[in-house]
Write a protein that binds this ligand. Structure first.
Ligand code: DC
Length: 212
C-alpha cells in the first residue's frame, strides 16, 4: 500500500504522515528532507542555490544516510529547499529514490508537494492536507518560539506565503492537489482530529479496493 500525503508548508502533513505510517505499519519518507539536504550540500560546496548545474550535481550525489542531520530542520532550511526544488534536473535526480522507496513490498507513506501528482500517481490513497496561511503561521510560530528561537508571527507568515507562492507557482511539478486526492483542511482540527479523519479516509479507500 502506498499513501501519498501532500500539502503546503506547516500544514501538519509531516506529523500526520509519521503517525499514519506508525498506525498502518508502513515505512515513512519525508521527501522535503531530500530538497533540504540538496540545498545544504549546494551551499556547503560554495555554490548559489540558484545554480542549476551545482544543484543537480548535489541531488545526484545525495547520500540518504545524511537525512537525519538536525540542521535540515533548522531555520531557513525549508526556504532554501524550495529554491532548489524549482530546478527540474534536481527533481528528476530525486525521483528514482522516492519511487523505489514507495514501491517497497511492505508499503510506504510519502509526504511532500508532488507525491500524488508526479512521484506516485498510482498511490492507493492520496490526501492533500491544508490549512489557512494564518493558522499554519501560528502553529509554526509557536513551534519555533518553544524551541527558544527569536521570531515574530509576521515574519513566519511572510515566509509561509512566499514558500506557498514558490512551491505552487513553479513550472516543474508544482504543489497541487491531485484530482483523486481527498482534501483534509486542518484549520479547525487539532492533530488528533486530523489523524482520526485521515485514518477514516484510508480505511475506507483500502476497504473499497479490498486489500489490507
Ligand atoms: O515539506 P518541507 O517543508 O520540508 O519541504 C521543503 C521544501 O522542499 C518545500 O518548500 C518545497 C520542496 N519540496 C518539493 O518541492 N517537493 C516535495 N515533494 C517536497 C518538498
Amino acid at each position: 500500500m502506498i499513501i501519498a500525503i501532500d500539502g503546503p508548508a506547516a500544514s501538519g502533513k509531516g506529523t500526520l504522515a509519521c503517525r499514519i505510517a506508525r498506525h498502518f505499519g508502513l515505512a515513512w519518507l519525508d521527501t522535503g528532507l531530500l530538497y533540504r539536504a540538496v540545498a545544504r550540500d549546494v551551499r556547503a560546496a560554495g555554490h548559489s542555490l540558484e545554480d542549476a548545474l551545482a544543484a543537480a550535481a548535489a541531488a545526484r550525489a545525495l547520500d540518504p544516510a545524511t537525512l537525519d542531520d538536525p540542521a535540515l530542520r533548522g531555520p531557513g532550511a525549508g526556504d532554501a529547499a524550495s529554491i532548489v526544488a524549482r530546478i527540474a534536473e534536481v527533481r528528476a535526480a530525486l525521483l528514482e529514490f522516492q519511487r523505489a522507496f514507495a514501491h517497497r513490498p511492505s508499503g510506504a507513506v510519502l509526504d511532500g508537494r508532488d507525491i500524488g501528482t508526479v512521484v506516485c500517481p498510482d498511490a492507493d490513497v492520496k490526501i492533500f492536507v491544508t490549512a489557512t496561511p494564518e493558522v499554519r503561521a501560528q502553529r509554526r510560530y509557536q513551534e519555533r518560539k518553544n524551541r527558544g528561537e527569536s521570531v515574530t508571527y509576521e515574519a513566519v507568515l511572510e515566509d509561509i506565503r512566499r514558500r506557498d507562492e514558490r512551491d505552487a507557482g513553479r513550472e516543474a511539478a508544482p504543489m497541487q492537489q491531485a484530482r483523486d486526492a481527498v482534501l483534509l483542511d486542518t484549520s479547525d482540527l487539532d492533530i488528533e482530529a486530523a489523524f482520526d479523519t485521515a485514518v477514516g479516509v484510508i480505511s475506507r479507500k483500502v476497504g473499497q479496493r479490498g486489500h489490507p
